[in-house]
Design a protein around this ligand. Structure first.
Ligand SMILES: OC[C@H]1O[C@H](O[C@H]2O[C@H](CO)[C@@H](O)[C@H](O)[C@H]2O)[C@H](O)[C@@H](O)[C@@H]1O
Length: 670
């Protein structure tokens, strides 16, 4: 059974990721890539939907050895328990004890997880990681490695592995393969095979693969789980200790490139590592989160698949990476973007798969009960077909920032930017689904129009500051027209606040971005009025911020939610960071710091954040970990570090900003 969302740790290899619970269970892992079907989907169901737990066996039942016909089969253990004196006979259906670790941490600035248990007989550490695939020197296949290390005394351990392919639906055929002295266990179903290698003897019971062993201080016992396409030869025998060394070096080298130094260094670095882990290395696409259907409303229907690349989320991620010294990731994403949106801007989607595919058909996995009963469990995402005009602003801003911070010039990116503006010229007046991807009717969302203004503004600046060409006068007039339209139709003079959409009266936390994107200065009375109104009317009791109202003043359901969904949701963490930013910008710096500190305190003990915070239950909710929360964390940390600076202005063009070799010169750029 899944634990609280914040009880999970993230490990990953920049092509997929796993969630490991505090009790040593891997409850979520999609193979071979982020958006593949899960092999362990216990997170969204029960142990029956797949998990792999390694932990102390003190409370574990004695499991009778395999009966004929039970799968998987195994010979008698080579290394049976050395001490069974105090084992109690308990029902054989019990699989593995779920004992929470006493301590856990990432090993330094890496994505290598270490969990430790203290037992009456000694202490033990389990080290979990996924080696980045390019490091191995072998065939690049996904691999999860778990090394059990004796810290003191002698501890009996159990590994219980229940693989269920296709998100918990399929029981694979599990059998042993013996090659000389080497015994391997392999699970096969359809296109997938998953190989278990390890020194401990395995045996099968109740369609689960077990290994029971005793670990003594100073000993290490390793397991490796490797995915391979089932039609290919078996993967090479893993080298867990060598991979550990390479993986640690990889992360430490990567973190060493970070240019941020300041009081929030730990939080910023952990967020950067998380963003890097969410980046699909082969293409540069960035997933919004590695999970699907972790609910925004526990028990409710607000469950979405985030294993895709949103232009919005990826663009703001890119901006954070650029501000902290990571240009390679920015360059890779820009190339992903150019490939993904290649063609007519009319056909631009707001999200794609990590490889740039356009089909994200949404469907329901009806065999999964959902996280704490939150149904439906969805895969795919119907929002892909929406019109969200703000995306043009975020993408253009990221391209502009890329060039202004020294990422070498790219003609295709230039041309794309110009064509996006031509598209906006025709379409900015249309109603859309907006930044929150509402599933209610389209509206004239104020934030969407503001971001359309951003797109035009940054393009004008690009033309003014570089050799890019475009109809400057026409676009200056367009910029004025959008600005005037928003100030006239999106502002309520009686309440002195901008509103969620033209003609509406509700507020929306996305309006907090108005001063941050430079639409109006922070000391404009309309901006201050909006910030104060949002703080007053959209704050939760503990001072975090809702995206928009989903209940009326008395706490009851609204007759009609703007998002077209039932139920409530938690405070949206990105919006809460934006409020801290705005407070700093209008000079309320102490308050901004206080809010930021409170937000940092919401991170789990490993520094990870989901999308939202449920203020009633005091729990993280929504997909986890979420780029859209970690990006604003970094931005606010930078702002507060540089406090005084009203806007994180792009740095001037550096000498490096020279023309990039034209890799695709023969192709039409967009
Ligand atoms: O709330 C309804 C929508 O929720 C999801 O969208 C949210 O996540 C996106 C990815 O982080 C983010 O870009 C967007 O701004 C958020 O509203 C979901 O993906 C949508 O399908 C759903 O309509």
């Amino acid at each position: 059974m899944a634990g609280r969302i914040e009880d999970y740790a993230l490990i990953g290899d920049m092509q997929t990721a796993a969630l490991v619970s505090r009790d040593g269970a891997v409850d979520w892992l999609c193979l071979p890539r982020f958006d593949s079907p899960a092999v362990f989907a216990g997170l969204l169901g029960t142990d029956e939907h797949g998990f792999w737990r390694i932990g102390p066996a003190e409370a574990a039942p004695v499991l009778p050895q395999d009966q004929a016909g039970a799968l998987p089969t195994a010979p008698a253990p080579r290394a049976p328990f050395t001490d069974t004196g105090d084992l109690k006979a308990v029902p054989s259906s019990a699989s593995a004890p779920a004992v929470p670790a006493d301590r856990r941490r990432y090993r330094g600035d890496s994505l290598i997880l270490e969990q430790e248990w203290d037992t009456p007989r000694g202490s033990v550490r389990v080290i979990d990681f996924m080696p980045p695939r390019h490091l191995s020197g072998q065939e690049p296949v996904p691999q999860m490695i778990r090394i059990v290390e004796g810290v003191s005394g002698q501890v009996r351990m159990r590994s219980a592995l229940r693989m269920r392919f296709s998100y918990g639906k399929i029981v694979p055929w599990v059998h042993r393969v013996e090659v000389g002295d080497v015994h391997r266990t392999v699970a096969v179903a359809g296109p997938d095979s998953v190989w278990l290698d390890g020194e401990a003897e395995t045996y099968g019971r109740n369609l689960t693969t077990y290994a029971d062993f005793t670990i003594t201080a100073g000993e290490r016992v390793a397991f490796a789980l490797t995915w391979q396409a089932s039609h290919l030869p078996p993967p090479e025998i893993p080298d867990p200790e060598g991979s550990l060394e390479l993986t640690e070096k990889f992360w430490l080298d990567w973190v060493a490139q970070c240019t941020y130094q300041g009081p929030y260094s730990d939080a910023v670095v952990r967020s950067l590592i998380t963003l890097k882990a969410l980046t699909y290395a082969p293409t540069g696409g960035i997933v919004a989160a590695p999970t699907t259907s972790l609910p925004e409303d526990l028990g409710g229907e607000r469950n979405w698949d985030y294993r895709y690349t949103w232009l919005r989320d990826a663009a703001i991620t890119l901006s954070s990476l650029l501000r902290t010294g990571y240009r390679e990731e920015a360059r890779a994403w820009r190339e992903w973007l150019l490939r993904a949106v290649a063609g007519d801007p009319e056909n631009l989607q707001i999200m794609y798969t990590i490889t740039g595919q356009r089909e994200l058909n949404e469907s329901v996995l009806d065999w999964l009960p959902g996280y704490e009963g939150s149904q439906p469990v969805r895969v795919g995402n119907g929002a892909a077909d929406q019109l969200q005009l703000d995306v043009y602003g975020e993408v253009v801003e990221a391209l502009y920032l890329a060039q202004m911070t020294g990422l070498s010039r790219n003609d295709h990116a230039h041309l794309l930017q110009l064509r996006l503006i031509s598209y906006l010229e025709e379409h900015w007046k249309a109603p859309d689904e907006g930044i929150w991807e509402v599933r209610g009717p389209r509206r004239h969302f104020v934030h969407s129009k503001v971001m359309a203004w951003v797109a035009v503004d940054r393009t004008i600046k690009l033309i003014e500051q570089t050799e890019a060409e475009g109809p400057l006068e026409r676009w200056r007039a367009l910029r004025e027209e959008i600005h005037a339209d928003v100030c006239e139709k999106g502002y309520d003079p009686e309440r002195n606040t901008f509103t969620q959409y033209y003609g509406g009266t509700e507020l929306d936390a996305s309006l907090l971005l108005i001063p941050q994107v430079g639409f109006l200065p922070p000391d404009d009375k309309r901006v201050i009025g909006t910030i104060e109104a949002i703080q007053r009317e959209l704050s939760t009791e503990d001072g975090f911020v809702l995206r928009y109202p989903t209940h009326d003043a008395s706490g009851g359901d609204l007759v009609e939610n703007v998002d077209g969904l039932s139920g409530h949701e938690g405070a949206f963490l990105a919006c809460s960071f934006w409020l801290a930013d705005d407070l700093a910008m209008i000079g309320r710096v102490a308050e901004a710091r206080e809010l930021f500190d409170k937000l940092l305190a919401l991170r789990n003990d490993l520094g990870l954040l989901a999308e939202e915070w449920d203020p009633r239950l005091k729990r993280q909710v929504g997909n986890f970990p979420q780029a859209f929360s970690h990006v604003p964390l970094i931005d606010t940390a930078l702002r507060l570090t540089a406090c005084g600076a009203a806007y994180l202005a792009p740095q001037p063009l550096s000498a490096e900003a020279t023309r990039e070799p034209d890799r695709q010169s023969a192709q039409q750029p967009v």
